[in-house]
Design a binder for this molecule. Sequence first.
Ligand SMILES: [Zn+2]
Ligand SMILES: [Zn+2]
Length: 274
Amino acid sequence: MSFEIKIWGCRGSIPVATPENIRFGGSTACVELSIKRQTVIIDAGSGIRELGTQILARGTNQAHLLLSHGHYDHLMGLPFFSPVYDRGMKLDIWSGHTGGNPCTRDILAGFMKEPYLPVTIDIMCANMSFHDIKAGSVLDLGHGITATSAPTNHPGGCLAWRVDSDDRSFVYLSDHEHGNEAIDVALVKFARGADLMVYDAMYTDEEYEKRKGFGHSTWRQACKVAKAAEVKELLLFHHAPERTDRALESIEAQAHKLFAGASAARDGQIIKLD
Ligand SMILES: [Zn+2]
Ligand SMILES: [Zn+2]
């Protein structure tokens, strides 16, 4: 049994690269799960570019890509993900109809066209399958790996993902604004007992007051959810573009006091679930 998580992009909204945030990293949302030699990727933010290079170097020829939603910071890396141009690659892409969004293929085709990009989805010659799922349905990804989704509170709709294998579990809960009680309660239930939860901790409490309705949460709320759901470890995720390494270290220290298993996600970080 092996279950390893690698953070390829932990930043929210837009990639950043300045000397002040280089340690936590500036690539946008992308997380890779390696479970029993299977590859499951969550979101295709700019961090997926580097993952693509690794996947080809490793000789991996099959992967699942679970998408939370269609915002650019979660999709922008896909045209730069080399495996999509490899005929030997089989890629299953899953996303949910949330908030009246178009189907998975249309979400991707819609942002990959002139005048935005010269590369269209038809140029991608990998063996790609597009799956539209309903939130809450349990996906069997084979090898005893299951993926479940739940709606979050986010403009246009978004899915949280939970991946289970044997008795290990990982929860990806990004792009969610707390405050809708029914959704909050459902998400605590959804994340219950996870070994690791990644959570949208974009704002401080002060920032949140000015950005209500933007669809994001706070690091303090992340700790509350982690406690309520009794997860073992919490990674603060979707860092604001302007958040410096020093600011993140300070947030991490404060979060650690509220929830002992809390830390801030870093690009390149690997967590093994033993
Ligand atoms: Zn986002
Ligand atoms: Zn979003």
